[in-house]
Design a protein around this ligand. Sequence first.
Ligand SMILES: Cc1cc2nc3c(=O)[nH]c(=O)nc-3n(C[C@H](O)[C@H](O)[C@H](O)COP(=O)(O)O)c2cc1C
Length: 140
Amino acid sequence: MYRLIYKSRSILVEVTEETLKEILETSTDLNRKFKITGALIATRTHFLQVLEGNFKDLNRTFFRITSDPRHEDLELVSFGPVENRLFEGWVMKGFGIFDVDPELDSSLKNKFGVEEGGVRLPTQEWAALSLMHDVGVIVQ
Ligand SMILES: Cc1cc2nc3c(=O)[nH]c(=O)nc-3n(C[C@H](O)[C@H](O)[C@H](O)COP(=O)(O)O)c2cc1C
């Protein structure tokens, strides 16, 4: 089992719930087919995604995602072997950090910093997983 995390910038002026929904819809069937699980976090400007699966299918999925014109400036945060899935049972869990409760918004901004008015999506693995935990997509 392998886990891959990357960050990217949306080409859209403003990412919305609708954008996130569209991406998750395109991903569901393929992820199910290749047994890919994970989570996709979005701010108004950026994406942070965790993908888990076997080496070959994870590689293929990632390279398909890298050529998607809906985002740019991809940064690979981490890629390596892991013992277990963190997102067992989830094809792809989506979470938009835009219309969140102001208390959560300010605590995330304090911890991770600010980027273009939203929460800065981290490019260190521990911080990326910590953010996923803070917003509730990782429950362990
Ligand atoms: C931020 C973002 C996350 C995505 N996540 C996935 C994913 O988890 N799995 C997937 O198969 N496609 C994902 N996609 C969509 C792929 O880029 C691609 O459109 C899709 O896999 C279909 O590939 P195809 O157009 O080559 O047939 C994502 C796209 C974006 C912009």
